[in-house]
Design a protein around this ligand. Structure first.
Ligand code: 48H
Ligand code: FE2
Length: 257
């Protein structure tokens, strides 16, 4: 059989169109494809929910690829090991309470298992705004990352979701958009974004979980975005808190959907 360029092109357009059209209305939409977003997406999809993820970059994985300072190993504490086991990531015990994983193997396994569980992932797409209905976030406003990078004036498209998770990491981009449009209305102690504090691994890992919650009606924060929003410290290249945050936001949302 001679391969035909037009069949190849039509196959890609057809299949992508199917994915795109089937993700216009969702139970949950996740912004950011780092470890916290991926774990959240996996558990929500596994529970049968309609869940979609948007990632600005070509690659999924956020800050996990680089381990610590490009030493491509991550540390995960005992409390989060069950999550790596659930995904089937290879884990090595380092000493009591501390485990390591190859960051490349870890993030590629999280990504693969999430997609296989049913998470719809769109890479190369940036979230630039939210849909707002009076006092609640009800969807996302999207554009191609290439449009964002080129600075062309091209209007976006939109998708609906019952709940949004801001898993954009240190940048906490969705919360920033909401705070800009309705200043002072966040469910933090000041109504504003509290800002990430300096490194304190132990405290940060506990606070990440407490900070993983709803910050505005319909909008949850997970991972580093949770710490940046509620004023928690950073933890450095220990990833248990990110994984547990993804698990927690999925659990909390499953009680509400
Ligand atoms: C689409 C977007 C947008 C947007 C951003 O940074 P991440 O890896 O996020 P987390 O919170 O899951 O993990 C944090 C971890 O990697 C980390 O940095 C740690 C533990 N740091 C500790 C320390 O002390 O520094 O991933 C976020 C992803 C990225 O891939 C972005 O490209 C993406 O979100 N993103 N995607 N639209 N508007 N904003
Ligand atoms: Fe970081």
């Amino acid at each position: 059989m001679e391969l035909n360029e037009i069949v190849i092109t039509r196959a890609i357009i057809d299949r992508y169109y199917e994915k795109l059209i089937s993700s216009l209305e969702n139970d949950v939409a996740i912004v950011g494809g780092g470890p916290s977003g991926l774990v959240a997406g996996y558990y929500l999809a596994k529970a049968g929910k309609k869940v979609v993820m948007y990632e600005r970059k070509l690659s999924i994985g956020g800050g996990m690829w680089g381990g610590g300072m490009m030493f491509n190993e991550i540390v995960v504490q005992e409390a989060a090991i069950h999550i790596l086991e659930e995904f089937g990531v290879c884990i090595k015990k380092y000493q009591d309470g501390y485990y390591t994983a190859d960051s490349v193997e870890a993030i590629s396994t999280l990504t693969s298992k999430s997609v296989q569980a049913g998470l719809g992932i769109f890479n190369c797409m940036s979230v630039e705004d939210v849909i707002m209905r009076t006092d609640r976030v009800t969807g996302l406003v999207l554009n191609w990352s290439a449009v964002e990078m080129s600075g062309l004036h091209i209007d976006p498209l939109a998708v609906r979701a019952d709940f949004i998770i801001d898993a954009t990491g240190h940048a906490t981009e969705v919360v920033k958009v909401v705070h800009k449009k309705v200043p002072g209305q966040l469910q933090t102690s000041t109504g504003k974004i509290e800002g990430e504090k300096s490194m304190w691994s132990d405290k940060a890992e506990t606070l990440t979980l407490e900070n993983t919650r709803e910050v505005f009606p319909g909008l949850y924060v997970a991972g580093m975005a949770a710490n940046a929003t509620f004023g928690g410290p950073r933890m450095g290249p220990i990833f248990g808190g990110m994984l547990l945050s993804g698990e927690k936001v999925a659990k909390d949302l499953l009680e509400r959907i």
